[in-house]
Design a binder for this molecule. Structure first.
Ligand code: AVJ
Length: 325
């Protein structure tokens, strides 16, 4: 993979490893050619998708963000002590770089590296952060962390990855393990991982979080089609699809789908796909873990549990894990 370092401006540095449109085309074709059609959830995050996701995080039904933020506020000083003052902080899927603000003053990192796939959103957020924390060095990296990345280890010194939001839930167990192994490589022997993981809980609570009354999650799900239209010149009619989300207890995950309401033929770069009425496109998995399940997964990737924080209702967990071996 080519690594280009661009200077975004005087305030931040940008490394741009953004996927090329042909990568996106290959992945879309691969997903839609399967007997059960699917699309990768990272395609939600164009500019509009990132804005819609920010709106989701403020919905009353979407307990994840508010609960995790509560944990960061309450236990931030303790977390900062474990991360270590003056350490290097990398964030996976940094989005608006909102949560990191709750740790910055206490950690005073030597370097903050926000990593996100949504390029303009990343740059805007990194600039705002650099403006608000003049002492902070920010090196933004536009990457797709669902594939192996090649970011120089920013060492020397202690390095930690911050991976909030339960974004790890988007990965099936095998890819989650592969991702955590790459994180383990990135942070090195002295490093650690501070990660937010959504917990298993009553199905009703889970399903409401992905079926909000205002329909923002539906807009977010449907936006993937508009994103593909724009980036790949496809001709999806989003009006022919409906949002659907349910908990699959067998797999321990929320599944989001787009259900075709009316037969629809779609052209994407010279290929054509038929969607029959009732057929679905599987757009997202959001895995939920017990604390023990997640600790086992992390152990398999070379991380030992150090601390776990949860809210009184056991909705959400944050783990600090240290590299082993
Ligand atoms: C960003 C992957 C953690 O799975 O809860 C929110 C994305 N999808 N509503 C999640 C999402 C629908 C979110 N993650």
């Amino acid at each position: 993979m080519e690594s280009a370092t661009l200077t975004a401006d005087d305030a931040i540095r940008l490394t741009d490893l953004h996927e090329q449109p042909d990568t996106m085309l290959r992945e879309v074709h691969a997903g839609l050619s399967q007997p059960r059609k699917s699309l990768p959830p990272k395609l939600f995050y164009d500019k509009r998708g990132s804005v819609l996701f920010d709106r989701i995080t403020r919905l009353p039904e979407y307990y994840l963000t508010r609960t995790e933020t509560g944990l960061l506020r309450r236990y931030g000083p303790e977390m900062a002590r474990l991360l270590g003052k003056g350490s290097i902080l990398l964030e996976l899927g940094s989005g608006s770089s909102t949560k990191i603000r709750l740790l910055l003053e206490a950690v005073r990192p030597r370097l903050y590296v926000p990593m996100d796939i949504s390029r303009q959103h990343l740059i805007d957020s990194a600039r705002r952060l650099a403006a608000d924390y003049p002492w902070l060095t920010v090196h933004a990296a536009c990457i797709d962390f669902t594939r192996p990345w090649d970011l120089p280890v920013p060492g020397p010194g202690r390095c930690n990855v911050f991976f909030p939001g339960s974004s790890i839930g988007n990965f099936d167990p095998e890819s989650a393990l592969a991702l955590l192994q790459r994180v383990r490589e990135q942070v090195g022997r002295e490093g650690g991982l501070l990660i937010g993981v959504d917990l298993k809980k009553a199905v009703g609570t889970l399903e409401k979080a992905y079926n909000d009354a205002l329909g923002i999650t539906a807009d977010f799900n449907l936006n993937v089609l508009a994103h593909i239209n724009r980036r790949l010149g496809a001709d999806f009619d989003p009006g022919r699809f409906l949002h659907e989300a349910h908990y699959n207890a067998q797999e321990g995950r929320i599944e989001m789908h787009l259900v075709c309401r009316q037969q629809h033929r779609v052209r994407i770069d010279g290929r054509s796909y038929l969607f029959r009425a009732g057929e679905t496109i599987h757009t997202e998995n959001s895995y939920k873990y017990t604390i023990a399940e997640f600790q086992q997964l992390a152990a398999n990737a070379g991380f030992a549990p150090v601390s776990v924080w949860t809210d009184p209702e056991d909705l959400f967990s944050m783990h600090y894990l240290a590299a082993t071996g």
